[in-house]
Structures are given as structure tokens and as C-alpha cells.
Design a protein around this ligand. Sequence first.
Ligand code: PHE
Length: 353
Amino acid sequence: MNTDTLESLKEVALSAFAEAKSIEALRVEEVKFLGRKSEFNQFLKSLASLSPEERRLVGGRANEVKREILDAFEAARIRLESAGFDAEKEWVDVTDPGEKLPVGHLHILTRVEREICDIFRSLGFAIADGPEVETEFYNFDALNIPADHPARDMQDTFWLHQKSGSKERSVVNKKSPRLLLRTHTSPVQVRYMETHTPPFRIIVPGRIFRSEATDASHEHTFYQFESLFVDTDVSVGNFKYVAELFFSRFFGKHISVRLRPSYFPFVEPGFEFDIACTMCDGAGCSSCHGTGWLEVGGAGMVNQKVFEAAGYERDRWKGFAWGFGTNRLAMMKYKIPDIRLFQGGDLRFLNQF
Ligand code: PHE
């Protein structure tokens, strides 16, 4: 080998680098001309067999050629890498405000539910929970509503079909094989008492279901709050006090509570309770049909039969229980005219809250 070979090798390498169309192609050429097994490397190795004089001459030139090949490679690399960058397209205005992502928010019912929980928590109530698919026993029997009693008809019920002999049947509470969608939150009274000993005070927020024809004030799926307060010495007066305190905090002004005798099999005596109309403060207006009162829920002293169903000794404890509709309270506070709006999915409604 001589310096001619060296020069022609350089020419070939330089034009190969200059013509490479992509970084990948350039890398292939790099191995070919500069790699360990390249012709150029073989050439450098062969210098060892030359006389010292020749070696100095050819070797010096070989180093220069290597430098030129490396420079040509570097130039080609920069050319190919910058070719992939289109300044016009890649330009970013870092001062441009970002695109706003839509952020969701809590449903009005969730917010009201949390608001109610906060007030009760501040009064020392614990929060309890129960299943939406309930057994006939907890929803009716344990609450002193026997199968053949007309009181069952007060709550139209969604019953669940169960195939006889199927696996589902064996998981059902032995006391009652029939399942339904709970018609109120009252079954949680018994469930809670089965595992707790008085004194205690709880609230039970939850979703309930009734097989009802819907209109502006009736829904098949809605929300309730149950409240249960059990101790040795509890009276209707305690209930009235707690109720007035709660509603006054919820509406942010003093609210009077009125009791009217009524019948619920799981309380004795039982009441329906009203609050002073939040629109006219009791003076009488179109919202309260001129009566000055708005009907809110049911209440009463816990029937001893319910304590017995939960496994308590008869006449050992006293307690009050009450239940009211969360939707209804939200409607009063936020002046919502139709209960169906809550689950209608209309964003024009939901986004107002
Ligand atoms: N569970 C009753 C209903 O849904 C309300 C209620 C609760 C009544 C507690 C009395 C005591 O109609």
C-alpha cells in the first residue's frame, strides 16, 4: 500500500459521507471507512512493516487523512441532523396561554350531602352506611312492617328476581330470602344496632329507590338522610332541638320545626315534621301553599319492636329516629323546581352549581 491508495480511499469516504441521505445511512458509511475492520484501519496496521523512514512519511500523511475523514463525517452528521428540524414548523410561542382543560366538579347532591354530614358531625353524630340492595327483613320486617300489613303499600318497591336454587340465593340473609332495592335508609338503623351498643348517635346518608310514577316532585331514585339517637333518656324534645339546630345551620337562619302526628310502624309515637317555609319565613306564600310550613320528613321515638329485632332487650333503651329527603332539601335551598333535573344529565342545570 502507498499514499495513492490512501488518497483514493479518502476520496471515496468523503463522497460517501457527502451523499449519505440519512443519519442511519451515514452510520453505515462510518463503520465502512473508520471501523476496526475498515480498509483504512488495515492500512494503518500495515505501516508497522515499513522502514522507519517510510513509516514517518506515510504515517504522517495517514494521520492527516484520518483527520480529514473525521471532519467530513462530522460535517455530514451536522448537515443531516439539522435537516430534520423545520424552524418554521417547530416554532413554539412559550408566552401563548395554554388550552383550558375542562375540569369537572361535584354534583349538587354530593355537595349538599357533604354539607349535611358536616353539620351532624359537628353535633357529635357518626356516619353509618348500608347496602342499596337490601333484604326484605331489614327493609320491612325488622322495622315492624309485616308482609300482610297495608303499611307496606306506603312504599312502592322494586323487587329483585332470584332464580330458586341458584348460588345467589345462598348468600341471602337466612332471615329473609327476598331481595329488593331499599325504599328508605331506615334498614340501616337495625343493621347498625346489631353491631353497636348504645349510647350512640348516627346519620345515614344514602340512595333509595321507589317504583313510582315520576313528576316534578317524585323520582324513582333519590336520596335520604336517616338519623338515629339512642340512649337511656331520650325524648321528643331532644329530637325537636336537634332538628331545629340542624335546619337553622343548613339554611343559615333560624328555622322552626313543627311536628304532626303520623304513622310509621317503626316509631311510636310517630310524626311528620315540617319546617317554617324558607321563602316567606312562615308568613304564607305560593311555595308553601299559604300555610307557612314545608313538609320535610318523618320522625318518632324508636318502636321497642325495632330494638328487639336488632337484639336489644325490650324497654332498656330509648331513641329517636328521623328521615328526610336530601333532594328536597337541596331543592329548597337552591330553588330547584323539578326533582328530575338531578339525574337528567343536562349540563346547563349541573353547571349552575
Ligand atoms: N323511612 C321513612 C320514609 O322513608 C321516614 C322515617 C324515618 C320516618 C325515621 C320515621 C323515622 O318514609
